[in-house]
Ligand binder design. Structure first.
Ligand code: ZN
Length: 369
């Protein structure tokens, strides 16, 4: 096991953020660079991991392993790579992997494949196909490039140390990766299948992590004669209706409270105070609408909701499909994102005597920006 892993992390990543190098931003619970360090360490393939960086102070606070050496980088990527190769000379390595810290998502399997292919090759480089159409320009004329002829190279790239060292030390050009050195010197590269997940993080948009929140809602209204019963936005034939300032729809009120809970925006009474004439006899779908607007404006999507309707009668099984259909229309959701359960209370108390209906709802929403 005479393999060495070099992580290039000297770039400033100005397109990402001007104040802090991007490799130190948090991504999936740790800094971007730590993903590469951890994976290379855990693979057990490498004698040493060399991190080339101009921010050794930040890095020393993050990592603590005898296998890791931190060295100072150069001005350009190619300078840093050469510094690492020269540093490694005294260890007389057989193989060296060169990796960009901005690619935290490569798999253990990719490392294994690179190493296996290195047995019969001097350079092994992962590639993926382009998902976009590619054009290129030569003196103001635009040409189309066939997608399948475009090879997008990724890192880690794996090399026989002595071959890479000998061409890297002679190179005078700025290069974007080590594969370029082999190409410029007409040397053979073994290309292997890269990974779509192993994309390079360049802009802040590249590391959006969705945030999911939960909200809970509860409501209860008394049943009174001579009122229509509304549940989940539809009229249900029944001997009584729900008493309230509005139409008393306990399902929609619980949903509104659950949504407000998930949004951290207080409760239904804050937006529809029951002492305001304006909202007298308001239909609950009209109360739901502005809350859904808030959800949309803040880039949230509803994942699912689970509803417990607590009543002796009406029987939920009789109206489940209609209520779910109504809710899916009101909430702009697919029917399979909504679950409705009926729960009786063994004829106990006000609910058991059909003098009230209660409801509870849990909802989950996710923000993607
Ligand atoms: Zn209510």
């Amino acid at each position: 096991m005479n393999n060495y892993f070099v992580i290039l992390a000297a770039g400033k990543g100005k397109r990402f953020n001007k104040d802090k190098p991007k490799q130190f931003f948090t991504y999936k619970n740790m800094s971007i660079i730590e993903h590469s360090i951890q994976k290379s360490l855990e693979s057990g393939f490498f004698k040493k991991i060399i991190v080339v960086t101009n921010n050794s102070n930040i890095l020393r606070k993050l990592i603590n392993s005898k296998l890791i050496t931190i060295i100072k980088g150069g001005k350009e990527r190619s300078d840093s790579s050469l510094i690492a190769l020269k540093y490694l000379k005294k260890f007389n390595p057989k193989n060296v992997f060169i990796h960009d810290a901005a690619r935290p998502n490569f798999s253990f399997k990719l490392l294994k494949n690179l190493l296996r292919n290195l047995k019969k090759n001097k350079a092994v480089v992962p590639i993926v196909e382009s998902k976009d159409s590619i054009k290129y320009k030569i003196s103001n004329k635009i040409y189309n490039l066939k997608k399948k002829n475009a090879l997008l190279t990724q890192t880690p790239q794996a090399f026989r140390y002595k071959n890479l060292y000998s061409i890297a030390t002679k190179n005078k050009d700025k290069i974007s990766d080590e594969a370029t050195l082999f190409i410029n010197n007409d040397l053979k590269i073994k290309f292997i299948k890269g990974e779509n997940q192993n994309k390079k993080i360049t802009f802040k948009d590249d590391i959006i992590s969705p945030k999911t929140y939960f909200g809970i809602g509860f409501d209860i209204h008394r049943l009174i004669k001579n009122k229509k019963l509304y549940l989940g936005g539809i009229k249900i034939p029944f001997h009584s209706g729900l008493k309230g300032h509005s139409d008393g729809d306990v399902i929609l009120h619980s949903i509104i409270d659950a949504l407000l809970g998930a949004l951290n925006k207080k409760d239904i009474g804050t937006y529809f105070p029951s002492n305001t004439k304006k909202f007298k006899n308001i239909r609950s779908p009209n109360m739901l609408r502005p809350i859904l607007e808030m959800i949309k404006k803040q880039n949230y999507l509803i994942n699912n909701l689970d509803i417990n309707l607590i009543c002796e009668r009406p029987k939920v099984t009789m109206y489940r499909d209609r209520i779910i259909k109504s809710l899916s229309n009101l909430l702009f959701l697919d029917k399979n994102q909504i679950n409705l359960k009926g729960k009786t209370v063994e004829k106990l108390g006000l609910i058991g005597k059909e003098k009230a209906i209660a409801c509870e709802v849990i909802i989950s929403i996710t923000r993607y920006d």
